[in-house]
Design a protein around this ligand. Structure first.
Ligand code: PEP
Length: 396
């Protein structure tokens, strides 16, 4: 996938342009991957206000042009820049993006070709356009790629599928998922783990357990320890799922211990939080998720936090067909991110993957995933059918 990103020459020197480009890329990380190539325009020795600044075009993205423009404008707002230059050229109405069409401040069309740009305006002609693989810039200039948070679609099979059915589903997914735009994880019952992990060797799909014990080892009949999970080849474990909290009385303290053991044994944790219907109706959702985080995972070190993925799952939406609206989900995801920022700092918060779960399916996924603080989904029912799960992965 190739993205074309044009940045204003009034940004300053080459270095500043690159840094600013990277800041934009961080904001747009949901659609830009390390495999993308990235075009940037470097300033070429003059400092006049540039009417073409801050225009971001994209090709072959799953974002609609308008969404892309909105995303760019969100970046601008975040960076505290106005949409208008001193000479008034840059106003929203002077910008039009229609896949590979862009207009300059005088309404003249800027024509993009695959690798070259036709520059109708003399100012543009003073600019240097360089085609650089994104990975190259990042390795040289910045560690930003490491700071781009992982986008993810994770399935949670729950107590469905016997071993043969699980293997059949994993095989189908393996065949279809070759180069996904996001991380893909499937959470399976314990009995599938070793077989499915073996089957998925060499595939980008990773395997998660749906639980692990709150004890290290010993006489706990029927339990499976984090170390045992790890020995199957699984890389993740889903903890704190509302069904575990509700039906198996998993307390904050017990979950804190499970998380500690999972991390100590080299697993990554998908940690679920979310309010029940009555709490949502009483407007207590923020309070609830805060208590869940504080009770089980906010005691972790900054280093340990790097292996935590959060999943916000309103309990009233799980398996019910009711979904949080994108606005409801975005609002609480942003709140959760702010809690992480208060606890672990802004950078860690920006790096934290926060999934949405609760009747997310192939029809509503794209809309949910377009929200800036929703980094993907934890999928129950729709993860049991290969086509549906694949469509959700494609929506991310
Ligand atoms: C889940 O159990 O994590 C879940 C989100 O389920 P569903 O997608 O079926 O609502």
């Amino acid at each position: 996938m190739t993205y074309y990103l044009s940045l204003g020459s009034n940004l300053g020197e080459r270095e500043q342009t690159i840094n600013r480009a990277l800041a934009c890329l961080e904001e747009l990380a949901g659609v830009i991957t390390s495999r993308s190539e990235f075009f940037y325009s470097a300033p070429w020795g003059y400092n006049s206000p540039n009417p073409f600044c801050n225009l971001c075009c994209c090709v072959e993205t799953n974002l609609q042009p308008l969404q892309m423009l909105q995303a760019t404008q969100a970046v601008e707002r975040r960076l505290g820049r106005s949409h208008k230059t001193a000479d008034g050229h840059y106003e929203d109405r002077t910008i039009d993006i229609d896949l590979i069409r862009a207009f300059d401040g005088n309404g003249q069309e800027i024509r993009w070709e695959t690798e070259t740009l036709t520059l109708p305006h003399p100012l543009w002609q003073q600019r240097e356009f360089v085609r650089v693989p994104l990975q190259e810039i990042i390795t040289k200039q910045h560690k930003t790629i490491e700071h781009m948070r992982t986008r993810m679609v994770a399935g949670n099979w729950k107590m469905n599928k016997n071993l043969q059915e699980g293997v059949a589903l994993a095989t189908e997914l393996k065949e279809a998922v070759k180069d996904p735009k996001c991380a893909v994880v499937i959470g399976t019952p314990f009995i599938h783990l070793a077989t499915v992990a073996e089957l998925l060797k060499g595939s980008p799909i990773k395997v998660a357990a749906e639980n692990c014990a709150d004890h290290e080892k010993g006489a706990y009949t029927g339990e499976v320890s984090a170390e045992m999970v790890k020995s199957t080849g699984a890389e993740y474990v889903i903890l704190g799922h509302s069904e575990r909290r509700q039906y198996y009385a998993e307390s904050y303290e017990m979950l804190a211990e499970k998380v500690r053991l999972a991390l100590a044994n080299g697993l990554k944790v998908i940690f679920c939080i979310g309010e029940v219907k009555e709490e949502r109706e009483a407007g207590k959702q923020n309070e609830v998720v805060k208590a869940q985080l504080e009770g089980s995972v906010f005691g972790l070190s900054a280093e340990e936090w790097k292996n935590i993925v959060l999943a916000y799952e309103p309990v009233w939406a799980i398996g019910t067909g009711l979904t949080a609206t994108p606005e409801q989900a975005q609002e609480i995801h942003a709140y959760i991110r702010s809690l992480v920022a208060d606890k672990f700092g802004k950078e860690a918060a920006e790096d934290t993957t926060i999934l949405y779960g609760g009747s997310c399916n192939e029809k509503n996924a794209a809309e949910l995933f377009a929200c800036p603080d929703i980094d993907g989904g934890l999928i129950g029912g729709a993860a049991l059918v290969a086509d549906k799960f694949l469509a959700i992965i494609a929506a991310r």
